[in-house]
Structures are given as C-alpha cells and as structure tokens.
Design a protein around this ligand. Sequence first.
Ligand SMILES: [Zn+2]
Length: 328
Amino acid sequence: MLRQIVNYFAKRKFTEFTLNFLNVDTVFLNYHRVITDEEFQNNDRPSDDLIVSKSIFEKQIKYLKENFNVISINDIDKDLGLKKKIVITFDDGYLDNFKNAFPILKKYNCPATIYIVTSFLDNKNFPWWLKIWQIIEVNEYIFYDQKKIDISHNSLKSKIYNFFCKKFFIMKSSEQKSFFTKITKNLDQTRLNRKDEFLSSNDLTKLDQSKLIEIGCHTHTHQNLKLLEDHELNDEINTSKLILEKILKKKINHFSIPFGTKKSFSKKTINVLKKFNFKTIVTTEHGNFDKKKLFGIPRIGIGNSDVAGSLYSKALGLDSLINRILKR
Ligand SMILES: [Zn+2]
C-alpha cells in the first residue's frame, strides 16, 4: 500500500521539487544479474529479487536514460550542472553482466560500475548461496540438527534455503565449510556443478577497455567483513585489489562492501578500507547521497518488478527516503 502511494507521488512534479529541496542530488542503483528472459522463467531459486530479465533491463535502462542523467562513478564529485543524476552499479562480477547487460549499456551509451569478487573470476570459486541452492535443489531431504528434513516440495526448499542463508551470513568461511559438510553428509546428491556463471579475466579486460565501464573491488571471497579479524579483513581487500590491478594494469579506485548492510560492516571496516586509498566505498544501506561522504555511499537495489512508477521512485531517491523513515 505504502509503495503504491510512493509510486503515485513519484509521478507528480511536486515530488521532484520536494526532493530537490531535500537535496537528493545523485542516486546509486544496484544490480546483480541480468539473465535472458528464458532463464528468468526457468529460475526457481528463491530470493531472486536481485535478478532482472534482459528485456526488463533494457526497458529500465531506456527509461533511466530518458528521464535522468546517468553518470560515471568517476564524475560524482564534479559539478556537472546536472540534476537527477544516477550511478548504475553491479555487484559480484557475473558473466551475464558482460553477455547480457553490457550490449544494452552500450546501445544506450550508459555508464556503469562493476564490482568484482576476485575468487569468483574465471569460475575458480563460487558463492556459498549458489552451493547451498544446488544441494537443496536436487535433494529430497537434508540433515540438520540431527533431524532428517523433508525438502521434496518447492515451498520446503525455499524455506530451508532462506533459513540456511541467514545462518551462513553470520558465519566465518571456516564455519561455513564445516556446516556445509554436516548438512550434505549422507545425502544422495552432493556433487556441485560449477557452471560458468562468473566473468573470466579476459571478459573483465574487455569490459574495462570500454569507456562506459569502471571496474571496482568487492573483496576476494565475499565474506561478512564485520566478522573478520583485522588481518583477515586486510587480506580480503588487499588480495582482491592486487588481482584486479594486475589483470587490468591500472589502479582500482572503487569498493563495494559485500552484502552492504550495517550487519556486514562497521566503522572499523571503513577505517581499514580508507587505508587502501579507495575514492568511493558503496553499501546497500538506505539514505541520501552526500558528496562529502564518499566512504559509505547508500544504494538502492533494482529488481525485475521495478518498472515505471516504482523505478522512477527509486531513481528519484524517494524509496530510500521512505525506507529510512520506516526503519527509524
Ligand atoms: Zn555481493
């Protein structure tokens, strides 16, 4: 209901006036995956609000280009004399960013930043959330807490997936490994199938050669940074920055915090990150962009249902504003 009211007001001129008054200057949008429409229809992994189909993505980019000034992350502190500025970002470094999103970005001359998890590059490693889903997807039951749990139906699969994701989020990688071994013990199907889901170093170089694309760091293994010891935190940042700089033969200036909510970073995280001389650090917290605060920039996630009013409200910064008020 509230969303509908927000969308309604987003379409009205005076909302724009109010937002200018509130000083919403630039809004950062956050994408993850852009998959083909066919893949989108066949995708049954729960919590797929971070996935957008190719046709919807094209509609969104066209709409953003027609109604906003989409700028590069490198221009955010410049006085361009423009209003309603948008910065488009992608997290994790999925192959589809290159295959599906990049041609559309080029078609509409739309700049974007892609944040890479370096251990996923060349599909050397893949994220725990995909590993968990692969196990849940193919099995009829799973063992947890000394109980055999029925996961034969989709609703049960979805429930246990969300439950495990919450658990994994607050675990360090060593705990995740032993937890994973425990839940997969005695299962019929435990073989993980590594699909080519992430960018190769070669794709990354091609993306970087485009003037539209800026490459940023998203750590080496995508852990919850708040749980890490100082040396582990340093390693996560340093390794990923070095790998990217070696492949691209240039300095990496931008960083995106894995998961990005307050539950996954602290003041200490930001202080450690500052030592690496990044120019910007983005989060997924709600709020307004402030030119003076480039270390903890808020972003709003864009999903497949964000079209017309809903996309407009998010791009105007109205959605973040409401979310922040509701959270208080
Ligand atoms: Zn991520």
